[in-house]
Design a protein around this ligand. Structure first.
Ligand code: IPM
Ligand code: MN
Length: 356
């Protein structure tokens, strides 16, 4: 029986409660599909930092490197300086584990979840591949004359040819393997950010190696418009870090809300990170109102990465079925108590394992 070592950081706000539901589902799936999850919980969170002064000690970080994957609930706490915990935990994992792909599916499971008129599951089924280690997120910034009238603030966007190429190449491979329209859209802002000419050139070179895949190109502003107007134009889209961050929140709304959007931060073949796209939502913490669906679907992506395709598909199909049969209404705070959603998914997954 396969055993997968999993590091878990439930984190802040609603992170712990949605993580708990996700692992009830994952544990049930492990039982039904015959594999083992060897879980190690880590307490790193904003509260832990306030209590102990530690964010993510090096020894614990090294431990995680030897595991199969890492699951993160959410990070962010208004009591702490903006960005400190985000950089100490999320960005640390992305950069120091070189998780260069942030794969964010945008898939509408049921027409009733979508705010767009006249759009259904056939129209909204795409994957955004967000470059995850470069761009505006490298942390290269500075201030001069801080606090004075003539203060200067800089933030540098950084792209390497190798970094752009590995993200773009993954998008083409994904378009080939996922059984969609075999179309890759490049999203950038090369008309204003002239350094993004690199993206256009690398995209053209890689595209030439994939004659079976058609291509498109949108500037980020137009891409936002197209996502709302004709989302069916997208199959796989590849974009830089900041634009990927922004457009996947827009995409989450097309799917039904942040409570449903999941993401995989991947370095193929190495320990990778799975998390819901949503944040810590501190106002809702401990109230048992946040939807755990995004966390559950992040768990499904994790199982797929670990080679447990059957279990991964079973979880996703269960969620789809629960929406289509109206047993799940939606992922807004008032729709269902957190634990009841977890219980519902668990009982459906277990039913798959019970001989009829
Ligand atoms: C995300 C989040 C993070 C990001 C924040 C918390 C730093 O918004 O994963 O989308 O900007 O990447
Ligand atoms: Mn974001």
């Amino acid at each position: 029986m396969a055993t997968h070592d999993i590091a878990i950081i439930p984190g802040d706000g609603i992170g712990p409660e949605v993580t708990a539901e996700a692992f009830r589902v994952l544990d049930a799936a492990a039982e039904v599909f015959g594999f083992e999850l060897n879980k190690t919980h880590y307490p790193f969170s904003s509260q832990h930092f306030l209590d102990t002064g530690e964010i993510w000690p090096d020894a614990a970080f090294e431990e995680v490197k030897g595991m199969g994957s890492l699951f993160l609930g959410a990070i962010g706490d208004p009591r702490i300086e903006v960005g400190k915990m985000e950089f100490g935990i999320i960005a640390r994992a992305r950069f120091d584990l070189d998780l260069y792909l942030n794969v964010r599916p945008i898939k509408l499971y049921d027409e009733r979840l979508c705010p767009l008129k006249g759009k259904g599951p056939a129209d909204i089924d795409m994957v955004i591949v967000r470059e995850n280690t470069e761009g505006a997120y490298t942390g290269m910034h500075g201030f001069a004359h801080k606090g004075q009238d003539l203060e200067v603030a800089t933030q540098t966007m950084v792209w390497t040819r190798a970094g752009v190429e590995r993200a773009v190449r993954h998008a083409f491979e994904l378009a080939r393997s996922r059984g969609g329209r075999k179309h890759v859209t490049l999203i950038d802002k090369a008309n204003a950010l002239r350094a993004q000419d690199l993206w256009m050139r690398v995209f053209a070179l890689v595209a030439a190696e994939y004659p079976d895949i058609s291509t498109g190109h949108d500037y980020i502003d137009a891409a936002c418009m197209r996502m709302v107007d004709t989302p069916e134009d997208f199959d796989v889209a590849v974009t830089s870090n900041l634009f990927g961050d922004i457009i996947t929140d827009l995409g989450a709304m097309l799917q039904g809300g942040l409570g449903i959007a999941a993401s995989a931060n991947i370095h193929p073949g190495q320990v990778s990170l799975f998390e819901p796209v949503h944040g810590s939502f501190p106002e809702a913490a401990g109230k048992n109102t946040a939807s755990p669906i995004a966390a559950i679907l992040a768990g499904s992506m994790m199982l797929d990465f670990l080679g447990e395709q059957e279990a991964s598909n079973a979880i996703e199909n269960t969620v789809i079925d629960l929406f289509r049969s109206s047993r799940l209404k939606g992922v807004r705070a008032a729709d269902h108590p957190t634990n009841e959603v977890g219980e519902l998914v668990v009982s459906e997954v277990r039913r798959l394992g019970t001989p009829a």
